[in-house]
Design a protein around this ligand. Structure first.
Ligand SMILES: Cc1cc2nc3c(=O)[nH]c(=O)nc-3n(C[C@H](O)[C@H](O)[C@H](O)COP(=O)(O)O)c2cc1C
Length: 434
């Protein structure tokens, strides 16, 4: 078998990656109370930087404290950057050791902001999301000034990333957060310059990238994480993603990461429809190269239309699938998420030839057999399994942030309960501080 996984790779901006693996962005949710970077981030990335990974992407760092993905996200804005400048520097020092790239993922949660944080979050339009057992407010459509403000916020945070030693940035335009909401015609029904045609829906991205490139210079990696599709009827479709990829290439992006899905259609973690109306769902194409790689088939179509590097994330577990995908030249980088929560050194072991399959804990995590399992016919059970499995991975991230190793003995329901409790406390702290 070839060993492309361990070959270096030069990005268009000139930066060289030591190998072909990227730790995918995974929200840390450990900036409880003040939303500032802390020792937990340093511990985590210090650990992952020992894992022989080319790029470490941070979890989503937010540009606006009113629109978070979770109450304990890191926020960087004009009011708090000085306070956390030194912690950010220490974070980047830890995450860039061993010639590792550390890129900050920058985001705005848009309509996916939990209702407890903001009952009327900003979004392109006023279309809210509905997931049983979850609370999301009806969004407030953004004014032109709101949009220009958000663009400046993304650029500001990217600048701070560079100044504090992060070696690249990624703008999060996947999974149903603000930037991807702009791309999705079913939830962006604007009739101005920021809605309608795909060019208009992508405008906010192009403005951010243009401004960011001017500020950070030509040698600094800029990436975008983009959905191949939302898998919602009438949503962001594969043809749109091809057009947007071409626009991002022309705008000077170094690499596009391909993912897919939203909270309602969490295909990003291989889970199907969580809405109360399954008719809105569209199925994912099965990859013929390797069934495990959720979005490789979509990336193939994008590859035929662009020449910039692509990263594909979601489902990769075996060395064979990784090598086949790299050899096909559809993508140059492979993103790995959950296995690196279960074992921060699993990529290193694979590169060293000690491991053929990355730990796939998501396949065995379940509330119980059949009727209680992730394939239960009851949406609420499916939701608890899906969010419970995510909670299990959050718990492992939190363990590593404390300087511990992941706890494989933890049960899904316990993780779910612990995560709900932590989230409740974090929301209380957030509300007291804001
Ligand atoms: C605990 C957890 C947190 C995540 N947080 C983020 C995030 O902050 N930003 C993002 O783009 N994707 C996030 N994701 C999605 C991952 O980046 C990745 O797309 C997904 O886990 C599929 O890759 P995998 O099959 O290798 O895990 C998260 C996933 C998990 C499991």
């Amino acid at each position: 078998m070839s060993n492309l996984i361990n070959e270096s790779f030069k990005l268009p901006c000139g930066q060289v990656l030591k190998n072909r693996v990227c730790k995918a962005a995974m929200t840390e949710r450990i900036a409880k109370g003040n939303n500032l970077a802390n020792q937990g981030h340093i511990n985590l990335y210090d650990r992952w930087a020992d894992g022989d990974i080319g790029i470490l992407l941070t979890g989503n760092v937010q540009v606006d404290r009113r629109n978070l993905e979770g109450p304990a996200n890191v926020v960087i804005d004009k009011n708090n950057y000085k306070e956390q400048f030194d912690s950010l520097k220490a974070w980047s020092e830890a995450g860039t050791k061993n010639n590792t790239q550390l890129w900050m993922q920058i985001s705005h949660a848009g309509r996916q902001t939990p209702g407890e944080i903001n009952s009327s979050p900003m979004a392109p339009s006023n279309i809210g999301l509905k997931i049983p057992g979850k609370n999301y407010g009806t969004p407030t459509p953004m004014t032109e000034d709101d949009i220009l403000d958000v663009i400046e916020r993304f650029v500001f945070t990217a600048n701070i990333a560079r100044e504090t030693g992060f070696t690249g940035v990624q703008f999060h335009s996947a999974h149903g957060y603000l930037l991807s909401e702009f791309l999705s015609p079913d939830i962006n029904d604007r009739t101005d310059a920021w809605g309608g045609s795909v060019e208009n829906r992508a405008r906010i991205h192009l403005e951010i990238i243009k401004r960011c490139r001017q500020e950070v210079g030509d040698d600094f990696p800029i990436s975008v994480k983009m959905n191949s599709a939302d898998f919602q009827k009438g949503g962001f479709a594969p043809d749109d993603s091809i057009r947007v990829a071409q626009m991002l290439e022309n705008a000077g992006v170094d690499i596009i990461e391909i993912s897919g899905g939203t909270y309602e259609q969490p295909k990003l973690i291989g889970v199907d429809d969580l809405t109360i109306n399954p008719k809105r769902s569209e199925q994912r194409k099965e990859s013929t190269i390797a069934r495990e790689a959720y979005f490789l088939e979509y990336a193939k179509d994008i590859r035929n239309a662009v020449s910039l590097p692509l990263m594909v994330t979601g489902g990769f577990r075996t060395k064979e699938a990784i090598e086949v995908a790299l050899q096909s030249n559809v993508c140059q980088i492979i993103g790995i998420g959950r296995p690196l929560c279960a074992d921060p050194y699993c990529v290193k072991k694979m590169i060293a030839g000690e491991l053929e399959t990355l730990p796939s804990f998501e396949k065995t995590l379940s509330l119980g057999p059949s009727i209680l399992s992730p394939s239960s016919p009851f949406t609420i059970i499916k939701v608890i399994n899906a969010f419970g499995a995510m909670a299990w991975f959050y718990q492992q991230i939190k363990n590593m942030a404390k300087g511990l190793m992941p706890n494989h003995e933890q049960k899904l329901f316990n993780a779910f309960r612990a995560d709900m409790k932590a989230d409740k406390l974090a929301i209380k702290d957030y509300l007291e501080n804001n």
